[in-house]
Design a binder for this molecule. Structure first.
Ligand code: AMP
Length: 452
């Protein structure tokens, strides 16, 4: 049997309610804040990622899915979205219509990392990018948006960590001091860090190897080397967040795994998935647009790990009330009710309500099956979720199926009912019954279900 590739997975129908609800909640939030959706290809020229993310990053060094196409062009499955959105911004001269562009995109990314819980080789991100704003208010606003999204999803255990990496004016002096420090610690550093010392010493601060972490715990901080402009920028970000009651921690070790960041960087961390991990990360990349051949333009953005977010939301729902079906957690009506009493946004909980059939038509007899198909289609077109069954099985066995798929009502349509012109609509919860004639069942059902 052919199975999925390691690190790749299916998101199954029983899990999809959470994904769709998160996606709708995020899109609505972005649109409320004036963002427009952009869809970008999942494959680009390798050069785009090598130039933007940085040759010495883990992503470019070890994790990209890169291959030659049939003509020998070097292509890469996108490991992140920012580079592609920047490419699109430049290619379509988007700054010409308005100097400020706020864009979001949702889709799969590919990195050949070691798979584990919360880490996949195909994973999904929700991305936001803003072009053309130098002001620190937009830095604060992006963190506010993340905060608001998590609030709307009912998540409270997430912590924003922020740092400033300085700019091209102040980073060189910092790098010099850092290099001096690293020279003294050389014997404790891993091979990667030794190599990074030459190309991008800042990246050593991001190393996950325990010995390096220990050796670098007293490493100099960018925060002590910011120029006046960067200092003022960062102070404004912090004071605005404080005024808006967005909690954050200043974290001098936060340098992020991509080269293009400058000034404000941030991550949203959680312990909900075991060891502390990031659910979202982002920051400013003021030099990137020019670097990729565009006009000098300010840029800032973030990426949310969709898979991790979906797992945290699923955990939260299960923690409140668990109903286990076939080994997987199912969202029951009772448990969405209970959640909506907590501080969770009721809109999000409504989106999570299970989509069960409004009606299951039970046809008994050949003639009935054809009519059941016709009525089902008409009801589907009228927006009433309707299912039927063409197998010709008995009433008893079809009632069992109705139960299994949680149909709210059944419509019993035996040849006899059709002949008597009296179909039976039964509410499965209250057991109430109504008679329906065969001439215009759709309208009668719409009326009975209060859909008109
Ligand atoms: P990054 O682009 O590395 O800053 O990642 C942004 C977010 O994407 C992270 O905070 C994670 O939540 C998520 N993420 C990154 N890599 C993976 C992965 N391999 N599997 C699942 N989620 C990931």
């Amino acid at each position: 049997m052919i199975q999925t590739i390691r690190g790749f997975r299916d998101i199954l129908p029983e899990d999809i309610a959470i994904w769709q609800a998160i996606e709708k909640t995020a899109s609505k939030l972005f649109e409320d804040f004036g963002f427009k959706e952009i869809r970008i290809p999942i494959m680009e020229k390798t050069e785009l990622f090598a130039r933007s993310i940085g040759e010495t990053t883990d992503i470019v060094e070890k994790e990209m899915y890169t291959f030659p196409d049939r003509k020998g062009d070097k292509l890469t499955l996108r490991p992140e979205a920012t580079a592609s959105v920047v490419r699109a911004y430049i290619q379509h001269n988007m700054g010409a219509s308005d100097s400020v562009q706020k864009l979001y995109t949702i889709g799969p990314m590919f990195r050949r990392e070691r798979p584990q819980k919360g880490r996949y080789r195909q994973f999904y991100q929700i991305n936001a990018e803003v072009f053309g704003i130098e002001s620190p208010y937009i830095d604060a606003q992006l963190i506010l948006i993340l905060n608001e999204l998590f609030k709307r999803l009912g998540l409270s255990e997430l912590k924003a960590h922020i740092n400033s990496l300085g700019c091209k004016e102040c980073r060189p002096t910092f790098q010099k001091e850092l290099l001096g420090f690293l020279e003294g610690k050389k014997e404790h550093l891993c091979e990667n860090c030794l190599r990074r010392m030459d190309k991008n010493p800042l990246r050593t601060l991001d190393c996950k190897v325990a010995e390096c972490r220990e050796a670098l715990k007293d490493a100099p901080s960018t925060l002590n080397h910011l120029c006046d402009n960067c200092k003022e920028h960062f102070e404004t970000v912090k004071s605005v967040l404080t005024e808006q009651n967005v909690e954050f921690t200043v974290d001098k070790t936060l340098v992020r795994g991509l080269d293009y960041y400058s000034r404000t960087t941030f991550e949203i961390l959680t312990t909900a998935l075991g060891a502390q991990s990031a659910v979202a990360g982002g920051g400013r990349y003021d030099a990137l647009i020019k670097e990729l051949g565009g006009p000098e333009t300010y840029g800032i953005g973030f990426a949310i790990g969709f898979d991790r977010l979906a797992e945290i939301v699923a955990q939260m729902i299960n923690a409140k009330d668990v109903e286990v079906k076939d080994g997987s957690a199912a969202i029951s009506e009772g448990n969405t009710d209970r959640l909506s009493q907590s501080n969770t946004s009721s809109d999000f909980m409504n989106l999570l309500s299970p989509k069960v059939p409004d009606i299951f038509i039970i046809p008994l007899g050949e003639k009935a099956i054809r009519l059941a198909y016709m009525w089902t289609s008409a009801l589907n077109i009228a927006g009433i979720r309707t299912e039927t069954d063409y197998s010709g099985r008995s009433l008893k066995s079809l009632m069992k199926r109705a139960d299994k798929i949680n149909a709210s009502n059944v419509l019993i349509a035996g040849d006899k009912e059709i002949e008597d012109n009296a179909l039976v609509l039964r509410n499965m919860k209250t057991k109430e019954q109504f008679f329906i004639t065969t001439d215009n069942p759709v309208e009668q059902i719409e009326t009975l279900l209060n859909r008109v």
